[in-house]
Design a protein around this ligand. Structure first.
Ligand code: ZN
Length: 151
């Protein structure tokens, strides 16, 4: 069975629409031990990211905020992808994900559902929407107190 490029693109868009319509882990977390704010002034995307760490592992992650479909879907997909992962693994995933959207992705990396966002590489402005949640997560787990900016 083969899947055409057009079909794949449609499938990717459907996943993004779905995560924008009903974002996963979209709630304030009362027991969070790391919280960070993110803002993408170029598009108006704004989010607050909540993380609970347990021995260097992301035990829980959630977010609230508002923004475009790409930023919301990306935050939703990210919270799903990072739960249960170590901080080191998540930082490495962020680096690779950023490379997927802006340059040459590392060979052999399985991005899972995050792959659906690869299409934004054709729209440089949208890259900031797709990486906002990741920048904010980075700040949250490294304890940076300034709001995450995509600039
Ligand atoms: Zn946006």
């Amino acid at each position: 069975m083969s899947i055409g490029h057009g079909d794949l693109r449609e499938l990717y868009q459907e996943v993004i629409f779905d995560h924008n319509r009903s974002p996963r882990n979209f709630h304030k977390m009362d027991h969070a031990d790391h919280v960070a704010e993110g803002h993408n002034p170029l598009c108006g995307d704004q989010l607050t990211l909540y993380v609970r760490l347990d021995g260097g592992v992301i035990a829980d992650a959630s977010f609230v905020g508002h923004g475009c479909a790409i930023s919301t879907a990306s935050a939703s997909l990210m919270t799903e992808a990072v739960k249960g992962q170590t901080v080191e693994a998540v930082e490495a995933l962020f680096r690779d994900f950023h490379a997927l959207l802006t340059g040459v992705p590392p060979e052999g990396r399985d991005f899972g559902k995050l792959e659906v966002l690869a299409g934004v590489r054709e729209f440089p402005v949208r890259v900031k929407c797709a990486t906002l949640a990741w920048h904010t997560l980075h700040n949250a787990i490294t304890g940076a107190t300034d709001p995450a900016k995509t600039e």
